[in-house]
Design a protein around this ligand. Structure first.
Ligand code: ADP
Ligand code: ADP
Length: 225
């Protein structure tokens, strides 16, 4: 589902953010991405969503080489990828329903389809009764669940999360992880960037470890820590 072949990224006027990174995340797998601040995690995620392009090497999503994808093709790529952020990135003047509906409105779905799908997504994250609330009327954990509902509402094959539990305590973090696992169990490929090594180790999923832009480890974390 995600394949990096010798991918390097050099930002203009800066050192290498990624250096010859290669890995393969199969369809239906769930994995973590970790490393110190500045190690290149965000850059790697930005290459997957084509916010950035590699300076060298190739990035494949599905079977498609997106290394030099045209701007006009990017919306089609993004439709296959649900993205979840540390700070939720919700529109605070819109209801929960409207926030989750947004990707469907952009994709041109009709109203009855939108209503059905938004309610289904809110059901999945346990927020059905909060559809009419505004984001700031919810707890942090609930806001993140809205972010997840928005990411899955158009049923993407791939979920990407950048520090999704960074603002949440341990218990809420676990809840969010269980949600990711539920989506993974129905076949969604999941990649989660996280600093939370306890959370990663406990779950027993493979982990990509970046160190100064290089892939230092790809597999279980247990033995090293
Ligand atoms: P540094 O020496 O640059 O401080 P660390 O050795 O602390 O880097 O590792 C950077 C991050 O990656 C840490 O979160 C660490 O736990 C993790 N890490 C580093 N190497 C491995 C490895 N081989 N397996 C698992 N995790 C690793
Ligand atoms: P992480 O997400 O692991 O903290 P990043 O991918 O954000 O790491 O950053 C990796 C390296 O690339 C850092 O040295 C960072 O300063 C640099 N970098 C990130 N984004 C940019 C940018 N837009 N322009 C220049 N340098 C950048």
């Amino acid at each position: 589902m995600i394949r990096f072949e010798q991918v390097s990224k050099v930002y203009p006027g800066s050192h290498r953010a990624l250096q010859k990174v290669s890995f393969n995340l199969e369809q239906g797998q769930m994995a973590f991405l970790t490393g110190h601040s500045g190690a290149g995690k965000s850059t790697l995620l930005k290459l997957i969503t084509a916010i950035e392009r590699p300076s060298d090497g190739q990035v494949f999503i599905g079977n498609r080489d997106i290394s030099r994808i045209k701007a006009s093709q990017v919306p089609y790529l993004r439709r296959q990828i649900g993205v979840i952020f540390q700070d939720y990135k919700l529109l605070n003047d819109k209801t929960v329903f409207d926030n989750v509906a947004l990707p469907l409105i952009i994709d041109g779905y009709g109203l009855s389809d939108i209503t059905k799908r938004v309610h289904a997504a809110l059901d999945k994250v346990g927020l059905h009764d909060k559809a009419r609330f505004l984001p700031l009327e919810l707890s942090g954990g609930e806001q993140q669940r809205v972010g997840i509902a928005r990411a899955v509402v158009n049923k993407p094959a791939l979920l990407i999360a950048d520090e999704p539990t960074g603002n949440l305590d341990q218990e809420l973090s676990l809840e969010i992880m269980r949600l990711f696992e539920q989506f993974n169990q129905v076949g969604v490929t999941v990649l989660i960037a996280s600093h939370d090594l306890n959370l990663i180790q406990e779950r027993g999923y493979p982990c990509l470890v970046l160190k100064q832009g290089q892939l230092a480890h790809n597999g279980l974390l247990r033995e090293q820590l």
